[in-house]
Design a protein around this ligand. Structure first.
Ligand SMILES: [Zn+2]
Length: 244
């Protein structure tokens, strides 16, 4: 046995013991199963939950958007941008709008600032424990944090998205090369320009898997060129624009 695998076995035995000690009587079975089959076992229930969602990015994306749909758009909310700290507004349309982060619409402790729904133990989204009340110390779901990271940096998940497309370029149908890139089907500047009035939970779909595709670099460069041209025409006033 190499010293590397010895180290890992010792570490895993310790992590497993720690995890089992901390594990409540009720715990999501799929998360435990996932944790125990990791090359490095997460040593706490919370880390086990995080590890689970990290391994199921597209599921986290779907769940976060479904939870947001349950909350719906807060009364009187509109998608606005703002650079002021504490306003809860994003400075750029590249960030997904998050109404429940804005002080005027926050649902308070125990509710997820990304989707607005109650948060339970270990950042879980359902009350498996029958607590009846959310976990007052929690401000987000583990799934929603994973989804948020995916929404703001989808390129980090190019591998997952490639596999999801069975390694075919969604523009040309050809096999995806190593250099293939993640692209928003509807570019985000157009989301801001043409869709900003859409209901909020639907808006999130523009950051999630429904609006993401992996395309070969050559296709992407061409598409970006066209988009840059369109934006330049917008700036010159050749196309009516509502973007600031
Ligand atoms: Zn959430």
């Amino acid at each position: 046995m190499t010293s590397g695998s010895e180290w890992r076995e010792t570490r895993n035995a310790r992590s497993r013991a720690r995890l089992e000690r901390a594990l409540p009587a009720i715990f999501p079975g799929q998360v435990l199963h996932h944790a125990l089959s990791r090359p490095l076992i997460p040593p706490t229930p919370r880390l086990a939950v995080e590890s689970y969602w990290r391994a199921h990015i597209l599921r986290a994306d779907r769940l976060a958007r479904a939870l947001a749909a349950r909350s719906g758009e807060p009364e009187g909310w509109t998608w606005r941008l703002g650079a002021e700290k504490g306003s809860g507004l994003a400075a750029t349309f590249r960030m997904p709008p998050s109404p429940y982060r804005e002080p005027a619409h926050t649902r308070g402790r125990g509710h997820c600032c990304i989707c607005g729904q109650p948060v339970f133990r270990f950042g879980w989204h359902t009350d498996l424990w029958g607590a009846g009340v959310p976990n007052k110390n929690a401000a987000w779901h583990s799934a929603c944090v994973t989804a948020w990271k995916f929404w703001v940096a989808p390129s980090d998940q190019v591998k997952v998205l490639k596999a999801h497309q069975r390694h075919r370029c969604s523009a040309s149908g050809k096999r995806l090369f190593k250099t293939a890139e993640v692209d928003h089907r509807v570019p985000l500047y157009r989301v801001w320009r043409e869709h900003r009035g859409d209901p909020w939970p639907m808006l999130l779909g523009f950051w999630g898997a429904p609006n993401l595709q992996v395309v070969n670099r050559i296709v992407h460069v061409e598409k970006c060129g066209e988009e840059a041209g369109e934006r330049a025409r917008l700036r010159q006033g050749l196309i009516p624009d509502v973007e600031a």
